[in-house]
Structures are given as C-alpha cells and as structure tokens.
Design a protein around this ligand. Sequence first.
Ligand SMILES: Cc1cc2ncn([C@H]3O[C@H](COP(=O)(O)O)[C@@H](O)[C@H]3O)c2cc1C
Ligand SMILES: O=C(O)c1cccnc1
Length: 336
Amino acid sequence: MLPELTDLNSFRNALSDAPGPDLSALKGAEERNGQLTKPPGALGRLEDLAIWYAGWRGDARPQITAPQVIVFAGNHGVTAQGVSAFPPEVTVQMVMNFEHGGAAINQLAQAAGAKMDVHALELDRPTADFTQAAAMSEEDLLNALRTGWQAVDPQADLLVVGEMGIGNTTPAAAIACALFGGDAADWTGRGTGVDDAGLANKTRVVAEGVALHGSGDGIHVLRCLGGREIAAMAGAIAAARILRIPVILDGFICTAAAACLAQLSGTALDHTIAGHQSAEGAHPAMLRQLGKEPLLSLDLRLGEGSGGTLAINILKSAVTCHSGMATFAEAGVSDG
Ligand SMILES: Cc1cc2ncn([C@H]3O[C@H](COP(=O)(O)O)[C@@H](O)[C@H]3O)c2cc1C
Ligand SMILES: O=C(O)c1cccnc1
C-alpha cells in the first residue's frame, strides 16, 4: 500500500522506510537458475536480470504480463534562455500526438505489449527560469511528486517512466552537476540538437543555475533545478519502489530524476535497471555515478521513455527463460 504524500517529509520517509526485495524469492530464483538446462552463466546478464526481477516480485518463478509506460509532460521557464533547438509549444503539441497514438513511444509501447498513460502537468504554467529563481515552490514540487506517485498502477508488474518537456535536458544537466559535481560543461549536451553557440549558451545557463541553487539534498535540487515532469518521474519511481514494481530507467532526463532519489536514500534505486545509454553526451557518466550498466546502446536521444520501453522485451525474455525453461532433472539432460 502506498502512504499518502502529505508533505515533502512524508516523501523522504516513505522512501527511506521502503522494504527491500523478498529474500526467499531471491534465493529460490537463484536455485532454480542453477538447475536450468544450460551451462552455468550461459545466459549472461539475462540470468541476473531474472533473479533480480524475481526478488522484487516476491516470486521465484515470475512472469511479466502487465508492463506500464507513463509519459509525463512539463514546461520550463528556462526555455526563455534559448536552450533548446525547438520552441516550448512543441510540448503540448506532442502531448496531443501521444494521445492520438502518433509518437515513437506509442509504437514502442505497443511493440512491447505495454499499456501507456500520459500525464500533462500544468503546461500553461511553466516552471520559473532557474537562473532567476527556484524552478518550483515546495507546493508545486509536492503536487508534481503526487502526480507521479498516483500514476503508478498498483497492478502493473513492470514500469517505465518517460517525459516530454522542451528544454528539459537543461534542468537534467543542472541536476547532475549539482548532485555529482564537476563543471557544467561535463554535464551539458546538445539535447534536440543545439549548435556550438547554443551549447555554449546552455552550459552557461546550467552553470548559473547550479551556482544559484546547487547545494542541498535531492529534494532541494529537484525543486530548484528540476521541472514538473522530472519530479513526477521521481514520484513514480519512488512509488514503484514501495509497491515492489521493478522499473526500467530511460535516458538522460529520467536518470536525472532517479539521481535525486539516490541522493535521498542509498537503496532508492535498487528496484531499477538502466534500459539504455542515450546519445546525450553525459548519460554514460550519470549511469556510472549511479552504478547502473545500460542494457542497450542504440544512439537514441529521444526520451519519452523510448529506451526503457525497448528494454522491456529484453527483461521479458530473461524472465520467460528463467520461468519457462526445463530443469536438467525435468528434461532428462545430464548436468555434467
Ligand atoms: C518533436 C519532438 C519530440 C520529442 N520527444 C521527446 N523529445 C525530447 O526532447 C526534449 C529535450 O530536448 P531539449 O532540452 O533540447 O529541448 C524533451 O521534450 C525530450 O522528451 C522531443 C523533442 C521534440 C522536438
Ligand atoms: O536521453 C534522453 O532522454 C534525451 C536526450 C535528448 C533529448 N531528449 C531526451
């Protein structure tokens, strides 16, 4: 059961009190893995994935039948600084495209057998430009976290969260810089495709934001430098942790949301894996900071949950092998 989010402290507490994986299911899955008709370790990382999934689901022989993809959308005041190659009105236009089934994520969710939900967060009320003020008030942040928290279907057995928000690679870079240190240039990339002058300007914007708001915990960083869709992704990933629903992380922006949770609790992301490595330059470094090894590397730089959703079929395949294969004893195969 999910506790109610009454204030930001209730979010912090729910995250730090969240239960871990089911140890007996983990042990059962490890034992089963050792008996399956294949040389030990021959399915490589698929074996680890299946065992990890079994532990979080509390079932040594699980199935994936109800994956959920949620796309959150938000608008960003920092776009006034000219940080994106596209205008902010594209956010609401893409939300309509998601609703009509016309975006890449619609096709990828369908191909993965996942249901897809879309939540637009106050698109007509962009966050503040973080070079001038905190992006969100505490109330704004709480509302956005709640939207994510409540968007997770408790019946889902796998979750991918994605986003749409013109300008949002800028807050994502600023979050990473504030949490992990280094220079703004280490974390700032081209997003939708800004040119060299655009990249220099974007790097300046990230540096200014971090200088103004940079020190504090994951909640502070998320509130001052983030955005509503980024906070909603964080809320959904945290809710999934409590509901023991495994999560496949998407690209640069999704991982920045997750990084805020990792700052709040060392075990906050134990139920997550990295679906892919994005072509946004600093994504590999962000994943390294979180100790996450991406499953795919396909040069995607889209967001929307695309890379996470593509990875659903890898995880499904891992779990299907684990739960469907015969053991040596069942198949009458000599185990060497
Ligand atoms: C048509 C279109 C569809 C998208 N779908 C995801 N994004 C991605 O690009 C945006 C981030 O890049 P930046 O920070 O450079 O604006 C986000 O909306 C992200 O989801 C899109 C961008 C566009 C233009
Ligand atoms: O990695 C991502 O999520 C990404 C990269 C570029 C633009 N939009 C999203």
